[in-house]
Design a protein around this ligand. Sequence first.
Ligand code: COI
Length: 350
Amino acid sequence: MGSLSNQDQAECREKAEYANVNWDELGFSLTKTDYMYVMTFNQDEGKFSQGTITRFGNIELCPSSGILNYGQGLFEGLKAYRKEDEGILLFRPEENALRMKMGADRMCMPSPTVEQFVDAVKKTVLANKRWVPPNGRGSLYIRPLLMGTGQNLGVKPASEYTFLVYASPVGSYNKGELNLMVEDKVHRATPGGTGGIKAVTNYSPVYKPLTQAKAKGFSDVLFLDALTGSNIEEGSACNIFILKGNVISTPAADGTILPGITRKSIMELASGFGYQVEERAIPIEEVFDAEEIFCTGTAMVVKSVASITYRGKRTEYKVGADTLAEELHATLTGIQTGVKEDKLGWTMAI
Ligand code: COI
């Protein structure tokens, strides 16, 4: 696929309308956009009714709503990218819809259909088109939420549900080096728990170890499994891969690991590159002699790990040019932004 010349790109850009944002300064924080999508579950009909696009803004919740009192909620994260010709691509939105359905089942919530989910995402992006960064200068992060919004004081599933989608332009999730500290006291997930879905309650419990690790100069924590305390699981918001020889391994998504869509895409790309990809238990000792380690996630994309510290022992890894992580990152973002041919049919033009 050919790329547009600088002059063609500049001409396309002139024709497109953009919000007044300093795209090169974007990190991963909220920039309020114009619109959001809201859809409520209709109890009588037993399904989500027609949603609407409304102005982005605060929402009203009953103080006794399920989301506020018992954390009955899920979120998703996906991105829209601007192509060189100003077109917009979504990356594997049906995968997020399916993951939300799976999570909703675990959390006793009704879920939008895949079609309703994708339609809501498309409408949100198109309504906020001017906030999709120019090609190569960030992406529009889309955050679908599914929440128990009906009142219920007792411990039981909510009586009403709301599906809401908002979006924000973002840049890099983590701008510096990725230096991980292995957390061996606090666990992110337990067998039979909710670590394998995107429950809103999976995230704030990591704040304490994460804050403590950051205070010591680390950028993230790496959690160990709760059952044995000997296998690596994932970071606070990303999956992990280790490379040794021709084998790339990642912890098996068997209930305590988030089945990341970037994780899945990277496994498919790496296997296409000729690597043997293994999903399995990875003892912490294996990180000491790994050739490369990298993290993946929608927000993080693919990022090399510079070091891992476990009980005071620091191991350093190759980062930057000539790493597999770099090659995978270039291939994935090339597909996501329409610069590389999408042979696997992952992108959706809107
Ligand atoms: C994502 O990558 O979409 C995540 O879930 C990370 C988010 C918690 C910031």
